[in-house]
Design a protein around this ligand. Structure first.
Ligand SMILES: O=P(O)(O)OC[C@H]1O[C@H](OP(=O)(O)OP(=O)(O)O)[C@H](O)[C@@H]1O
Ligand SMILES: Nc1ncnc2[nH]cnc12
Length: 157
């Protein structure tokens, strides 16, 4: 039941194709920052950022960033967690893309968007490789578009 993107990473052509599909979509959208969610958003986010000429902003789990941070707590399926971002990482009005490997309930993406919006950023879209059945094939979250490359099948059906 664990949707493991590390198998994709072992196939350079598939890994490159996945990044390029995102790059094609986002290259002309005036995006100046790509925010990647720890940990697996760090695998795809920086490549996309470099290719579209944007900066990369890490959204990290608690107590990892050395500078002043703003934090956003969120609820997971089992427990709670928190994302942090450096104060000043994004500017007011900056157009930001959020990247992660996978969306399940959408709680993590919601927290990432809240964090960025509290800092004044304009979240353009969230991009994930995989959408789990829990996300119900939705195309948006909190009024922002969510773009998913692959819908995972429901293995319990
Ligand atoms: O849509 P949601 O229900 O919020 O779940 C999606 C999140 O779950 C996974 O991360 P996880 O919380 O397992 O953290 P990790 O990658 O740091 O282990 C995944 O990489 C997403 O960030
Ligand atoms: N089924 C799943 N596989 C991988 N990562 C996840 N994060 C939340 N649910 C997950």
């Amino acid at each position: 039941m664990f949707n493991d993107i590390t198998t994709l990473l072992l196939h350079p052509k598939a890994f490159k194709d996945a990044v390029e599909i995102f790059v094609e979509r986002y290259r002309d959208m005036g995006i100046s920052a790509v925010a990647g969610i720890e940990a697996r958003g760090f695998i795809f986010g920086p490549s996309i950022a470099l290719a579209i000429g944007a900066k990369f902003v890490p959204l990290r789990k608690p107590k990892k960033l050395p500078g002043e941070v703003i934090s956003e707590a969120y609820v997971l399926e089992y427990g709670t967690d928190c994302l942090e971002m450096h104060v000043g990482a994004v500017q007011s009005g900056e157009r930001v893309l959020v990247v992660d490997d996978l969306v399940a309930t959408g709680g993590t993406l919601s927290a990432a968007m809240s964090l960025l919006e509290r800092a004044g950023a304009d979240v353009v879209e969230c991009a994930c490789l995989i959408g789990l059945p829990k996300f119900k094939g939705r195309c948006s979250l909190n009024g922002k578009p969510v773009h998913v490359l692959v819908e995972a099948i429901n293995k319990s059906m």
